[in-house]
Design a protein around this ligand. Structure first.
Ligand SMILES: Cc1cc2nc3c(=O)[nH]c(=O)nc-3n(C[C@H](O)[C@H](O)[C@H](O)COP(=O)(O)OP(=O)(O)OC[C@H]3O[C@@H](n4cnc5c(N)ncnc54)[C@H](O)[C@@H]3O)c2cc1C
Length: 467
């Protein structure tokens, strides 16, 4: 189907990006054959690391002309296999494109290249009293381009929304080798279809993002974080529902079951307070007025107490805050570190159904006798579930895991939910897409993909199977 990468293609890529930006050695190809998705890999034929939009344009043009598959890549932290080049070809890494081009105080926007690490962009705008709220737990290592491509979320979605709510404009290279810009610095824009939002979350299958305009907001002056332990998961999830019902919208409400914080403890070697707890909530409040925060804090405190919380631990300094959150943020890394085989789910339900969803997860885990660990963004309805192979034989695991996932997805969908909230379909969730979207929608999505990429050279094999 596709042309293999031969000497003449290597020569052309080297002419475009320079000899130090093109790699075909085994070690590099191995690194770029994976992302953070467990158990999936495929080697590219070559890796190119362009430094400018113009170089990207020329590389995509070459891939189009010669019919070579091309997989864009940010920092490779994806959790659905999106950056794995399943058809070989070229991996186009944006990691060298990490400049912030403009922080615009008058329009409250930042223009950036895609390869910048999300946490670095946040620090840069915060040093100018501006705020870019999306905060995936991987923010110290993922790129803004990867966040745009995945529509990444994070814990602050409860109050501030996700990446898509901040993408105001894009410069992109289309698979046909043309460059165009969508949106801009304008606050309002209904000029034609909203291509900015169509490309955001398209998992690198519609266009290569070469520049991004992000909306900023003023940096809140105050922040408080709380760790709240509970005797039962039910008490913790009921608290979440009650907080929202009481019209309090914290910045973040995260939860961890006991087996999650035990895993975090073994990884970080830091003991959590209240080790007897069955679940913990982590709550963040932010704002500009101490009285408002205090009022919210006391309302939340009452709700927590009423629902059986042991206590409330408060972090007021950045060091205490980091310590409080490190357990929650390290969980994927910790699961990978201990080498256990698992499948990771990223389901989302309307947030009022969080208690029901957690019950269903535990029932299904018992039914199939597969150990489940749940944690995540309770405040926005998004739960990450790790299903562990444990001592099961390979055959037994294969037999049970598909059914376990299907049951879990069915329950999620029955509650009005979706099979992925922030990690994307990629390779991992392709087999389950038709459970969540009807055939008409899937057909429409495929037609959109074809309109952008008629030769299917851009990140082929993702979201949909190869034709
Ligand atoms: C420990 C850990 C915690 C995480 N926590 C969260 C979380 O809280 N919330 C969340 O949403 N995700 C989370 N993730 C998943 C991951 O970090 C995000 O999906 C992130 O957006 C990926 O960014 P990246 O730069 O690593 O992209 P990559 O993994 O390199 O690529 C991801 C996708 O984006 C495409 N892509 C990358 N750059 C471009 C570009 N310039 N143009 C077009 N397409 C492009 C790729 O083709 C691929 O499909 C976590 C991952 C880990 C390992």
């Amino acid at each position: 189907m596709y042309r293999p990468v031969d000497e003449s293609i290597v020569r052309r890529l080297t002419e475009i990006a320079g000899p130090k930006a093109v790699f075909s050695d085994k070690e590099t190809l191995d690194i770029y054959s994976r992302d953070e998705t467990l158990g999936l890999s495929h080697r590219p034929e070559i890796v190119a690391k362009p430094a400018t939009s113009k170089e990207i344009l020329e590389i995509v043009h070459l891939a189009d002309l010669e019919n070579i598959p091309l997989t864009p890549r940010g920092k490779g932290t994806g959790l659905s296999g999106g950056a794995i080049p399943v058809c070989g070809g070229i991996v186009l890494s944006c990691e060298r494109m990490e400049k912030i081009l403009d922080i615009d105080h008058e329009n409250l926007m930042v223009i950036t290249e895609p390869g910048i690490i999300t946490g670095e962009l946040q620090k840069a705008v915060e040093s100018e009293s501006l705020f870019y709220p999306p905060d995936p737990a991987s923010l110290a290592s993922c790129s803004v381009g990867g966040n745009v491509a995945e529509g990444a979320g994070g814990s602050r979605a409860v109050k501030y929304g996700t990446t898509k709510d901040y993408v105001n404009g894009l410069e992109v290279v289309l698979p046909s080798g043309e460059m165009t810009s969508t949106g801009g610095k304008v606050v309002k824009d209904v000029t034609g279809y909203n291509l900015t939002q169509l490309i955001t979350g398209s998992e690198g299958t519609m266009a290569v993002v070469t520049q991004i305009i992000l909306r900023l907001i003023p940096l809140p002056k105050l922040r408080k974080d709380f760790l709240i332990p509970y005797r039962s998961i039910d008490q913790a999830t009921q608290t979440v529902s009650e907080i929202i019902r009481n019209r309090i919208v914290p910045t973040a409400i995260e939860f961890m079951e006991r087996n999650s914080f035990e895993l975090a403890e073994s990884f970080t070697k830091h003991k959590l307070a209240f080790r007897d707890a069955a679940a913990h909530l982590l709550i963040t409040l932010d704002g500009n007025y101490e009285e408002v925060l205090e009022e919210q804090q006391s309302q939340i405190g009452e709700i927590c107490e009423k629902n059986g919380a042991f206590d409330t631990l408060i972090a007021n300094t950045s060091t205490a805050r980091e310590r409080m959150w490190e357990g929650r943020k390290c969980l994927f890394e910790a699961a990978n570190h201990f080498g256990s085989m698992y499948k990771s789910l990223d389901v989302v339900v309307p947030r009022s159904f969080i208690p029901t969803l957690i019950k269903k997860i535990n029932e299904i885990s018992e039914k199939y006798m597969i150990k489940a660990m749940s944690f995540g963004h309770a405040g926005d309805g998004n739960v990450h579930v790790l299903l562990f192979k444990g001592e099961l034989s390979d055959e037994e695991w294969e037999r049970r895991i598909d059914q376990t996932q299907r049951d879990l997805y069915r329950e999620t969908i029955n509650l009005g939910g979706k099979i992925t909230a922030e990690h994307g379909i990629g390779l991992l969730r392709k087999p389950f897409l038709s459970m969540n979207l009807d055939p008409y929608q899937i057909e429409l999505l495929k037609r959109l993909k074809k309109a952008f990429d008629p030769k299917n050279i851009l990140n082929p094999g993702k979201i949909f199977d190869l034709p």
